[in-house]
Structure formats: structure tokens, C-alpha cells
Design a protein around this ligand. Sequence first.
Ligand code: GDP
Ligand code: CA
Length: 319
Amino acid sequence: MALTSLSKGRVVALAGGVGGAKLAHGLAQILPPDRLTIIVNTGDDFEHLGLTICPDIDTVLYNLAEVNNPRFGWGRADETFHVLDEARRLGHDAWFLLGDKDIALHLLRRSMLDAGMTLTQVTLELARRLGVRHPVLPMSDHPVRTIIRTPEGELPFQEYFVRRRTEPVMLGMRLAGLAQARPSRQVRAALDAADVVILCPSNPFVSIGPILALPGVRERIATKPALAVSPIIQGQALKGPAAKMMEEQGLEVSALGVARYYAGLIEGFVLDQKDAILAEGVRALGMTPLVTDTIMRDKTQRVRLAQEILRFADGLPGR
Ligand code: GDP
Ligand code: CA
């Protein structure tokens, strides 16, 4: 039964941006690079000013490299905005913010993609240059783009999320490009080799959902011990629209609602101590609950939570 993920098992973490990046960073302090792979959502990606922007990949990379901006949750620490300021002066409607250091990385990504490298190759190369030793894998090399359906029509994800500040009601979503997309070879290999899969505390719909939607991903996870960490605490998201989306989708806005959303896929569910009362409901779904402090305010708390989750994973029933 015991996987001893702390001592020798292989862990795959599925992540979106901020919530996923924090836990991935904690896990990376404990597990060596050959025992932790992070698979990242690319549904938020888009083309802008000639650049391919991968918000979730970059948030994960910047966090693992410890050069992230802790205040914004995106972009680099010690950042300046000279390029964007000048673009504004030249008439650019700068609704999407990119700092100067961030732009440097995007220029390199652009040139590597133009040279024919896959997004996976580009991401691994950028990780190497940032000093990130753990494999960070885009979920797919095929473009998959999240589109939010709203009363005013369909909005590409970043238009909904950044330009419109998630104000429109979300009626539903679709993943453009999904029919042509497959998880990359590296993603399939990592999932096949995994002893445990961790769904990080990321937005279930727009961060974890697109990864799970790729053909073969759910099936692979279903053969492994898997657990999720709730991004919802006391009925609220710490950041972003997860709670609003759950409400608009008619789901119960709570950690239990998140557990129900993942029912059938995972055996373990980590919920915050403030939601301890929901643990019995989690058990009733056939999952083992772990109740703990899931708020990661600093590096110490990220590592502590990661450690606790790995210990919990060791006790989960195998499949
Ligand atoms: P995004 O792509 O940057 O929006 O990031 P994610 O989808 O990865 O993360 C957004 C979710 O992370 C939100 O629902 C937050 O509630 C959750 N989140 C952020 N920080 C924490 C944390 O410290 N603990 C937990 N449990 N959830 C968090
Ligand atoms: Ca995101």
C-alpha cells in the first residue's frame, strides 16, 4: 500500500498559475528533479504583440526559480515597465501587462518557437536557463485555448480574465483546439511513471480542467493513487474567479463542491482546517480527507504543506 512518495516514489503535480505554482515550489524543495514532474495548463495561453504568452507556465517557472513577483502573483520580482510605457505612448492599448524582464523571456520563447522547437522543448530550455531543475511540462504541444461563454458572447480567456476582470457571468466554457490536441509524449511518460498524482490547489475549471480534458489523461490518472488540494477555503477563492465560476455553474461553492467535481478521479482530498466540518462529506464521497492549514503565505508554509501532502499520499490506497 505505502508508496513511500517521501522516500522514493515519483510524483506528478498538475498545476495552473498561482495556487499550483506555490505547491509545486514546496514539493520541489523536498523531491529531487527525477521524482517530481509538473504538468502545467496551457488553456490560458494566447498570442499578443507577436509573443506567445503562457501565463501558467511562466508563473510556475518564476516561482520555482524564486524570481516571481509575490505581490502580483504574475510576472517577475524587481520588475520595470519601460517597454510597455513606451508602447502606450505609441498608441498601444496595454490591457495586458508585461514587464521588461518578462518581455525578455517572451522574446526568447518567440525565437525558439520560430526556430521550430516545440513548446515542451522551449519550456524545458527556459527552465534550464532560469536555473529550474525540475521538469516543467506544458500539457500539450498543440494549442488549446479556453473560451468563456458569457451573456455577451464568447470571450477568449485573457479577454475575460484580464481585460474584463472576470466580470461577465460565465455560462460555460469550451476548449478551442481540443479535438486536435494530445498530451505530449513527455506528459504521457510522466503520468505512466507516476506513483501518485497531485491536483494542485488551482482553478478546477480553467486550470486543472483543460489538462484533464486531453485524451488519455483522466484514464491514466484513474489507474494511479491521486489526490487534490482544495483551492476553495470557507467558500472563497484566495484569488481569482474559482468561487464565482462554481456559483455560476450551479455547484456548491465549498471545498466539498470541489471534491464532488473531482469525484471518481481521486482517492484523497486535502481541505483547509477552517473547513474541517466538511471532512465527513468528503469521506461520504469515498475519498480520504486530510484536514490541515492549506494557506501558503511563504516558502516555509509551502514546504510544510508539501511535506504533509506527501506523507498523506503514502497512506492512500493504491489501485
Ligand atoms: P491562476 O492561473 O493564477 O489563476 O492560478 P491557479 O488556477 O493555479 O490558482 C488559483 C486558485 O489558487 C484560486 O482558486 C485560489 O483560491 C487558489 N490558491 C491560491 N493560493 C492558495 C493557497 O495558498 N492555498 C490554497 N489552498 N489555495 C490557493
Ligand atoms: Ca491561469
